[in-house]
Design a binder for this molecule. Structure first.
Ligand code: BES
Ligand code: MN
Ligand code: MN
Length: 462
């Protein structure tokens, strides 16, 4: 496919500008202040799919944000690729740490992206990666090389748990029928070393509330005589890990799938430099579960992390107060065979049981999802690897990621098909952080590689 290279070269300015327009709409699904923007983004995605050459595109209403569905069916007897992506983005805060406003995309050069990267919230996660598929379709339609049927399902609630997508998938099995699901919402090792994500972690996300006295108290008059909810919460959270950084919740590890030494040795072959890793994060040392190395800790091992903690006085100056309440948001990343609902229950039971009598504790489950692992001997994996090999000049390495896309496990359950995770982002692209960006190289390489996946998938399916 020499043509795709020249097509990308010829149209790259337009490809970049179209993505920039999409990135200007602040489709933050977590914050209702942006709800009109989220809806506007679904419209923009619909228009882009129509322009790219889908025969049929619709905005599907759900109990939450709409799902954009599009398709081009060329021959019912040919395979069907279902592309999934999300048009919603994470909240941009803390705003003051952005070097340019999150919804005013600009191209800047970085050490890792010498040819420039687009800085904007959602540039990598996932508008930029989703849009590669729209442009790849445009190419295949324009050049008459689309070798099979394609369906698009682009949702607007991924960053808040994909509730409406589950609802939609359960009700539309026939419409969504496919032979393989293709997603670009993960990363790869580096621009020199492509990788294919073969695993995702599951997730259980909860919010806890610790209540002490019925009102905020003077910390002199009452201090020392009543339980301070913030002190207690800190102590309870600290007790959730032991000195070896194992999680102390009874039963937490019972179903964890342990990898064999051979599998771990295989993992260790992926290029990784601990000094570079530390340097990129300005860390003197890494930290984590005893007995595992960094790349295992962040992929094949379950974790528990506080994502936010608040309570009491945090304004300017000092206020002497014992707050009535303290709160925290806690996430647990899970690995294959751990069931997120079961883990949520284990957490809840344990967390309530460790509270001293001077406080009451509430645990509110937010959302969650199962982990995922995919074999590397499937046609889909092989096709993806052939595509990367052709555009990068070297084969991709299979890598289990630490991130979560809970809907992938649901796809397998409801639609009975495997998902291929062809991610083109880099860990250093700062997704969910200030200054999120997506390399121009990565964006264009994605557009180049995707049509080859279609080509090889159809060839191997024969
Ligand atoms: N695209 C990410 C997940 C991801 C990123 C997986 C990089 C692997 C590598 C996705 O948008 C995301 O952020 N998922 C959430 C979970 C969701 C339920 C909010 C996550 O992993 O925190
Ligand atoms: Mn994403
Ligand atoms: Mn995300």
């Amino acid at each position: 496919m020499e043509n795709i290279k020249s097509y990308v070269q010829q149209h790259k300015d337009r490809f970049i500008n179209e993505l920039i327009e999409l990135l200007k709409i602040p489709s933050v699904s977590a914050d209702t202040a942006y709800s009109q923007d989220v809806i506007d983004t679904s419209e923009a995605v619909k228009v882009s799919l129509e322009k790219a050459g889908c025969d049929f595109v619709e905005i599907c209403d759900t109990p939450g944000y709409p799902i954009v569905y599009g398709e081009k069916i060329i021959d019912k007897s040919l395979p069907t690729v279902l592309v999934y992506g999300h048009y919603d983005v994470q909240p941009p805060d803390p705003l003051e740490l952005w070097t340019s406003p999150p919804f005013e995309p600009v191209i800047k050069k970085t050490e890792i992206h010498p040819e420039g990267a687009i800085f904007a919230r959602g540039s990598c996660d996932d508008k930029g990666q989703m849009f590669m598929h729209v442009k790849a379709l445009e190419y295949m339609v324009q050049s008459n090389t689309l070798p099979c049927n394609v369906k698009f399902m682009i949702e607007g609630e991924e960053e808040v748990g994909s509730k409406s997508l589950s609802w939609f998938v359960e009700r539309n099995q026939e419409k969504l029928k496919n032979d393989v699901i293709l997603i670009s919402d993960t990363g790869m090792i580096s621009n020199q070393q492509p990788s294919i994500t073969t695993g995702l972690r599951g997730l259980s996300y909860v919010e806890v509330e610790v209540t002490g006295p019925n009102r905020d108290l003077h910390s002199g008059l009452y201090g020392g005589a009543v339980a301070n909810p913030i002190n207690i919460l800190a102590k309870m959270i600290a007790s959730l890990h032991d000195d070896d950084n194992h999680i102390t919740i009874p039963g937490f590890y019972d179903k964890v799938q342990e990898l064999s030494l051979e599998e771990r040795a295989e993992m260790a072959k992926a290029p990784f430099n601990l000094d570079d890793y530390k340097k990129a994060l300005d860390l003197k040392d890494v930290y984590g579960e005893k007995g595992y190395v960094t790349n295992e800790r962040n992929s094949i091992r379950p974790t528990l992390d506080v994502n936010g903690i608040w309570g009491g006085y945090t304004g300017e100056g000092a206020k002497t107060v014992i707050a009535s309440k303290a709160f925290a948001k806690i996430s647990m990343r899970l690995v294959p065979n751990q069931d997120w609902e079961e883990i949520t229950e284990l957490f809840t039971k344990h967390f309530i049981s460790i509270a001293p009598a001077g406080v009451t504790v509430k645990v509110k489950p937010h959302h969650g999802g199962q982990g995922y692992v995919t074999p590397i001997d499937s046609i889909g994996y092989k096709a993806a690897n052939m595509a990367y090999t052709e555009t990068f000049g070297i084969p991709a390495i299979p890598v289990r990621s630490g991130g979560s896309i809970p809907i992938v496990a649901l796809f397998e359950k409801e639609l009975k098909s495997k998902t291929i995770l062809m991610g083109f982002g880099l860990d250093s692209d700062a997704i969910h952080s200030p200054n999120e960006h997506f390399g121009i190289f990565n964006y264009l390489k994605g557009i180049e590689t995707i049509p080859l996946f279609y080509k090889y998938f159809v060839e191997l399916s024969k």
